[in-house]
Design a protein around this ligand. Structure first.
Ligand SMILES: NC(=O)c1ccc[n+]([C@@H]2O[C@H](COP(=O)([O-])OP(=O)(O)OC[C@H]3O[C@@H](n4cnc5c(N)ncnc54)[C@H](OP(=O)(O)O)[C@@H]3O)[C@@H](O)[C@H]2O)c1
Length: 312
């Protein structure tokens, strides 16, 4: 019998215990679920989250893998005590959440919904306020992985002109795919709505800075559900104040929770959402965990193995 340690916040145990029990049984895995402080030397797999109680893996000498419940791995990938393979979470619940958050906020910007919400004053403002059709609106998605790729395809399905950008060249139906430094410049220069779904790595830090923000069409809208490190905050605030950027809806920040005194909270052109774009859902995540344990036990290639040299 395998021993699987659940090392997320204890508040999440009531939801994950039945989900993992069911998923492990369905995958045909004979396993016992345990909680910290179970004897580390008995643990075969660690179901991990950066908010959980286990951040030092040294004593887990028998563990065959660390299975992250989060899509992002920046808080664990450089952990010097981590010698086991690390898998990140890619699941249908995360993907649907991200697609819905991005689509909702893209449509909000596209239809100028904020304008009408703040002008319910009896004045009939038809002139100049008919929104263009989606096919006449250019949306750019930076990051075409599990989440960004799904967002790009959904936006393309709604009719938007969608351009995507990633490290390696991709092919996605209905999406103009670019890569490389020139590709980034070309993508930014057409981004009326810019969506950033990149991971936090040294290469992506401050990708949106004074110089790159200046490449966007004047008044562009930014949606960042990726990671806070992607944006130079001072540069964004200056670009918002100058009118270069029309609005930013930000779900992720360099420091979370975003401190109450941070200028984003009070800025009239910023919407803060509290890292809720895409949440891991226990039922679908448990199936991914169970499938990965099955794969490790069978000697098969695991799902969503993190490339630690790339950092994602
Ligand atoms: N706000 C939330 O609630 C929430 C929830 C889940 C995830 N997230 C964030 O979303 C991120 C993306 O998740 P995912 O599952 O889509 O990740 P993923 O499948 O690993 O995709 C990452 C994408 O970013 C691209 N990329 C990475 N580094 C790059 C670089 N230096 N230059 C250009 N492109 C680069 C990758 O390109 P290649 O494919 O060519 O390598 C890939 O297309 C996560 O890392 C996490 O930070 C946020």
């Amino acid at each position: 019998m395998l021993t699987v340690l659940f090392a997320d916040r204890i508040e999440n145990w009531p939801a994950y215990e039945p989900a993992l029990t069911t998923a492990l049984a369905e995958a045909g895995i004979d396993a016992k679920l345990v909680l910290p402080p179970a004897d580390p030397a008995t643990v075969d797999y660690i179901v991990y989250s950066p908010r959980g109680p286990v951040q030092d893996f040294t004593a887990y000498t028998r563990a065959k893998a660390v299975l992250n419940l989060w899509a992002g791995v920046e808080r664990v990938v450089g952990n010097p005590t981590l010698t086991q393979p690390l898998c990140r979470m890619v699941d249908e619940g995360l993907e649907r959440g991200m697609v819905e958050w991005v689509t909702g906020h893209a449509l909000r910007a596209h239809l100028n919904i904020d304008f009408f919400l703040s002008h319910q004053d009896g004045v009939w403002r038809q002139e100049g306020n008919v929104p263009p059709l989606a096919r006449d609106r250019s949306v750019v998605v930076l990051g075409l992985g599990a989440l960004g790729g799904a967002c790009a395809q959904t936006l393309a399905g709604l009719g938007f002109q969608v351009t995507g950008w990633s490290r390696t060249q991709k092919t996605l139906p209905g999406v103009t795919c670019l890569s490389g430094a020139e590709g980034l410049r070309a993508a930014l220069s057409r981004a009326e709505i810019l969506v950033t779904v990149l991971p936090n790595t040294p290469e992506t830090t401050d990708l949106l800075n004074t110089e790159t923000l200046a490449l966007l069409p004047k008044g562009a809208v930014i949606l960042n559900p990726g990671r806070g490190n992607l944006i130079d905050d001072d540069a964004l605030l200056a670009a918002l104040d100058a009118g270069q950027i029309g609005h930013a809806t930000l779900d992720v920040f360099r420091v979370e929770p975003l401190p109450p005194e941070h200028p984003y909270w009070a800025h009239p052109k910023v919407t803060v959402t509290p890292h809720i774009a895409a949440e891991t859902r226990p039922a679908s995540a448990a199936r991914v965990i169970a499938e990965n344990i099955r794969r490790f036990e069978a000697g098969e290639v695991p799902l969503h193995l993190v490339d630690r040299s790339r950092g994602y």
